[in-house]
Design a protein around this ligand. Structure first.
Ligand SMILES: [Fe+2]
Ligand SMILES: [Fe+2]
Length: 403
């Protein structure tokens, strides 16, 4: 109820702003503004009035101090996921870039059902950091991000990143960042930091676990380095194969490292999960809809085979350019609106954090050729590639140029 009241308040704001109103008109579907014709039966009174048609969801625009053209709010569908990632600043920092606070400050406008985090919440992966400093870093994360989400009573489903709790190992087999892993575990298992999730299997929380929310089954795995041990993969397969997972309306997997490389400076085997094709085949087998990842610091809405690949943008320090793209690097966050009844199911709205403008999908490259495979933009199918595009792709990655 509170949510609806707030939306009405925001709508009131929008209608009071000429600029926002004009922008709204340009974004709306014509069908959403045409008057509803009077049913003929009502005019004659000869039969009962038919029920009104289900309203078409409409987008709106609200005034926002950081959005010169107003803040575009996509139409509400069944569910709304707010996806944020890579929030840390320089090693050891207890500060956050202003875009992090700005992103969290948008929660009252977006009213998501859940917030999903792609990892790199604090600025670790540095053996020189003391326990005291790492605790201070997590406390800062709680002040800027986790605390406000918790206070808004919105669950926070996250995966850890290499800067939170890297799983990199020494030649003797131990974790290189055991202290950081211990302190990440300590922070997330403190009841004061309860992320408000409905766990299905706590697995080895916060490293890998499953949870449910609104008919969506979520699995997060420990992709804080490029190698996921076989026993964890067996756990993941059993979890995805379970009746509970299969009965859900949608399955989403979240891990920090992506399957395929997409940005400059991250086009390297250490920056993506090993055996990406085999992992993708596993996710496809159990009808996972989307793999959400961070780490590459660039937004790219992709797909490969039957799997949607949402490469989160970054809110913190160090945005990176996409491979083979002239676009400048930028910080973003993404809303994923879910409509179970439509073929696409998920609808992305991604904001440029500079001015909260919406990034048009068409401005992004139609495909990206990283060192370990081709990723197609989510609205581009393999069959739609031109002979020139296929030649370009093959020139870059040879036989890896396939869907
Ligand atoms: Fe990162
Ligand atoms: Fe990372």
């Amino acid at each position: 109820m509170q949510r609806r009241k707030l939306m009405l308040g925001l709508l009131g704001l929008a209608s009071g702003s000429g600029m926002a109103g004009a922008y709204l008109a340009s974004r709306q579907q014509a069908s959403s503004v045409s008057p509803t014709p009077m049913p003929s039966a009502q005019a004659t009174g000869s039969s009962p009035t038919p029920p009104p048609p289900t309203p078409v969801p409409t987008a709106t625009v609200v005034a926002h101090p950081a959005a010169p053209n107003g803040l575009f709010i996509p139409p509400r569908r069944d569910l709304r996921l707010l996806v944020i990632s890579d929030m840390n600043a320089a090693y050891g920092s207890v500060e956050y870039d202003p875009e992090v606070d700005r992103g969290i400050g948008l929660i009252p406008y977006f009213q998501p059902d859940i917030v999903l985090g792609g990892g790199d919440m604090v600025a670790g992966q540095d053996p020189r950091l003391s326990e005291e400093r790492i605790r201070a870093m997590w406390a800062a994360f709680d002040r800027h991000v986790a605390g406000p989400i918790r206070e808004a009573k919105i669950p926070y489903g996250f995966t850890l990143g290499n800067h939170d709790a890297s799983c990199a190992r020494s030649t003797r087999g131990g974790f290189l960042f055991q202290k950081e892993r211990d302190l990440a575990r300590e922070f997330w298992n403190d009841p004061a930091h309860d992320p408000g999730l409905t766990f299905v299997d706590r697995g080895d929380f916060p490293f890998y676990y499953t949870f449910e929310k609104d008919d969506v089954f979520y699995l997060t795995w420990d992709a804080t380095c490029n190698f996921i041990p076989p026993e964890q993969m067996e756990w993941a397969e059993a979890a995805l194969a379970s009746e509970r997972a299969q009965a859900a309306k949608l399955r989403i997997v979240i891990g920090h490292l992506p399957l395929y490389a997409i940005t400059v400076g991250r086009n390297d085997p250490g920056e993506v999960l090993l055996e990406a094709d085999a992992k993708r085949a596993l996710l496809e087998k159990y009808r996972v809809h989307t793999y959400i990842s961070g780490h590459h610091h660039g937004y790219y809405p992709g797909h490969k085979g039957k799997l949607q690949l949402l490469h989160c943008g970054i809110l913190g320090s160090g945005p990176r350019p996409l491979l083979d793209s002239p676009l400048p690097p930028r910080k973003t966050l993404t809303l994923v609106d879910v409509d179970f009844a439509t073929p696409d199911i998920t609808y992305y709205t991604t904001y440029h954090m500079r001015d909260l403008s919406v990034i048009e999908q068409a401005e992004l490259p139609r495909f990206i050729t990283g060192h370990n495979g081709l990723v197609l933009r989510r609205d581009v199918n393999w069959d739609a590639l031109s002979p020139e595009e296929i030649a370009t792709c093959q020139g870059r990655i040879g036989s890896l140029c396939r869907d």
